[in-house]
Design a protein around this ligand. Sequence first.
Ligand code: HEC
Length: 227
Amino acid sequence: MRKLFTILTITVLLIAWASVTPFVVEQTQDFWTHWVSAQMEETDEPLELDPEKVAKGRIVFEKTAGDVGCAVCHGNFGMGDLATAPNVRGVDEVRIRGALEGAEEMEFLINVLTADDIENIAQFLQFLAQFTPAEFQRRRGVFTPEIVIVPPNTDVQLIVNNIDRSECTFTFEGIDVEAEAIGGRSAEDFIWTTPEADNTFTAFCAENPEDVVTLSVEEVEDASASE
Ligand code: HEC
């Protein structure tokens, strides 16, 4: 009888907890948002992203800066993955100005970028810093790596580098992210908030559905298994 009572109590407590949890999570997120912006005010301009500036910055970064774009050296999404220039995700205007003056390779850009360009690029790079990148490529119809490991409960930016000449309509199975065409010899990104660990999904080019890439949601090794 006592045991039954205990079980009942626990059940009631669990139900009560489940109903307040979303509220608690929301409050906690609020707390962190405020804490983060308070921290930022001390050191830097508070981060206020404007989608229009982010979009403009992306074009300048990828294509138009000095007619080549910053991406030729820093990689399409600022990851520094071309080994020609460092990762610049998350840098602010001050760092960009410093690099324009300090890095010889970037000298040709000093007089071609407007103040607006620099602000927009900083917006784009700070926008990118919100996401954990997971990059892979498609070459001759095959994805490398075949299995892409992404962390759980994270805003992930899937970056698909299409090395092939042919277009790929990148399509997800079981993931609520819209399919989008990736032109030949170009890259596209997809923002995906991953679910909990131990889930596996696939994606493929609609033109070539038998070659799939597996997206495996797994706890990253060094993260100490909390909870
Ligand atoms: C021709 C190649 C090239 C282009 C184009 C280029 N960069 Fe760079 N950039 C470099 C190199 C190389 C460095 C590293 C310089 C060093 O460490 O001395 C660098 C450094 C930087 C840094 C400093 C990184 C840090 O850790 O502080 C920033 C910021 C930066 N670049 C932003 C940009 C932006 C924004 C653009 C486009 C408007 C751009 N770069 C275009 C080659 C390039």
